[in-house]
Write a protein that binds this ligand. Structure first.
Ligand SMILES: [Mn+2]
Length: 269
């Protein structure tokens, strides 16, 4: 009986199957947790999403920015860009069921005192703030007017969190923090231009988990999204996007971490 937490698949279905074989995944015994960005960029988004949906009770996932972008293209007023590779889902006969499945997925999973999410937690947020803000977003995604909500969720502002933000603004900040954040200021001010490693922070910014007075420093946090991070020695911080979609030439891997003993299993992509 093991729990495996798996980083960004991005439609790399074959790598996922290779990884599950490596850990000898058994749907009778084991649980899988996907850390978001299960679709897009890779070549088998449809197979990946169907597979995760069909795992049913054996799997949970959090939404990543690519999963959210798929929702916006399927339901909202966004159109896929040239780089998007999820047209197989948009044209699938089970599209409605797959999109409905994604709408039911959370931004954050609390698993035995650990937190699982796609990008990160603002340094000035405690667990209650994170869980209550993400719950508000999840509540809107499950409503019948999810498309109206999603259409209001695109954009970089507000960059900074305030208690007095109006609800839609607070939801936009929450989505941007939980699904897109890499660098931020100590007060949670977000920045979206820089995508390289933790040592490339713009002036005044740090990787979200490197802020000295971060509130959740004693909570294990498992996340994806940031494939350009180097080996991280920050206690309780587990970056799991090992860049699968970028291919073998870059040493890219798809990885799972076994929750019980923190052993990491990886396959080349
Ligand atoms: Mn991402």
């Amino acid at each position: 009986m093991s729990d495996y937490l798996i980083g960004d698949i991005q439609g790399c279905f074959d790598s996922l199957q290779k990884l599950l074989k490596k850990v000898a995944f058994s749907s009778d015994k084991d649980q899988l947790f996907f850390l978001g960005d299960v679709v897009n960029r890779g070549n088998k988004s449809l197979e990946t999403l169907r597979f995760i949906k069909d795992l049913s009770e054996n799997a949970q996932m959090v939404l990543g920015n690519h999963d959210f972008h798929l929702l916006a293209c399927a339901l909202g007023d966004k159109t896929p860009s040239n780089q998007d590779t999820f047209s197989d889902i948009l044209n699938a006969k089970d599209k409605v069921a797959l999109i409905d499945f994604l709408l039911q997925q959370p931004l954050v999973i609390e698993h035995k005192n650990a937190l699982l999410l796609h990008a990160g937690v603002p340094p000035n947020w405690d667990k209650n703030t994170l869980l209550s803000q993400s719950f508000t977003v999840e509540k809107h995604l499950k409503k019948s007017d999810a498309e109206g909500f999603i259409n209001q969720m695109y954009g970089n502002s507000p960059h900074t969190w305030h208690l007095d933000l109006e609800e839609m603004e607070a939801c936009r900040y929450t989505i941007n923090a939980c699904m897109r954040m890499r660098f931020c200021r100590a007060d949670g001010t977000l920045e979206f231009e820089h995508k390289m490693g933790e040592n490339t922070a713009p002036i005044g910014f740090k990787a979200w988990f490197l802020h000295e007075h971060r509130i959740l420093t004693n909570t294990d946090i498992f996340f994806g999204h940031w494939s350009t991070l180097s080996a991280i020695n920050t206690p309780h911080i587990y970056p799991m996007d090992h860049g699968c979609v970028w291919g073998q030439a870059l040493g890219a891997q798809l990885s799972a971490i076994r929750f019980e003993d923190r052993q990491v299993f990886s396959v080349g992509c």
